[in-house]
Ligand binder design. Structure first.
Ligand code: FES
Length: 203
């Protein structure tokens, strides 16, 4: 089956345990993240102040206005924009609520990347190697039971390269249906090639 569910997202807590007016610092995929809940909603931003890197979760929240505890820089947490100074900005991370669960995607590379998540068997390794050979700046993350391929959009896999790595004739669609558990971006499968593109990219 070809579908993607929560790929790149990490579970960080329960909405029912997060109060309006609360700020919280969490660590997601080696990234410090500021979570903040206001009457406008729940948001996730970079955890460190863009001024000198002090943890923003220690700041003071008043409505939508967050004031850094160190030197008073102020941010509107409804949109991440600087209030004082105005040219400051907080990097925002994708966040979604599923039932009572809060999920955050703090994988910076992942947001700009596309590609498949593969079962870590021989075919999965061959597909990852073929993609790495055919595209530049590809990163293959070995997670034990699966491999996550992250590449700039568009990421291509041609039958020629896969056959080279598998040392046999292959049906691209068949190989992916057996080996790909999910993917990032949009996918177009043709007999001679597969292309993953970012959501906004043309297929
Ligand atoms: S570190 Fe936040 S205002 Fe200076």
């Amino acid at each position: 089956m070809l579908f993607g569910v929560n790929v790149g997202y990490s579970l960080v807590g329960k909405l029912s345990e997060f109060w309006i007016g609360e700020t919280r610092g969490v660590r997601v995929e080696n990234t410090n993240v500021l979570m903040v809940r206001t009457r406008e909603g729940l948001f996730a931003y970079q955890g460190e102040c863009p001024h000198k890197g002090v943890a923003l979760c220690e700041g003071r929240l008043n409505g939508d206005l967050l004031t850094c505890s160190a030197h008073g820089w102020e941010f509107n947490v409804a949109n991440g924009r600087g209030v004082n100074p105005r040219n400051a900005e907080l990097k925002k991370f994708p966040l979604k609520i599923e039932g009572d669960e809060i999920w955050i995607d703090a994988d910076e590379k992942g947001k700009a990347s596309v590609g498949p998540t593969l079962i870590a068997n021989a075919a999965g390794h061959a597909i990852a190697s073929a993609i790495a050979e055919q595209n530049s700046d590809v990163e293959v993350l070995d997670r034990g039971s699966y491999l996550r391929v992250e590449a700039p959009s568009p990421c291509r896999l041609s039958r020629y390269f896969l056959e080279k790595h598998m040392s046999k004739a292959v049906d691209l669609r068949e190989e992916l249906e057996l080996t790909m558990s999910s993917f990032k971006g949009r996918i177009a499968i043709e007999p001679s090639q597969v292309v993953w593109r970012s959501e906004g990219g043309k297929l």
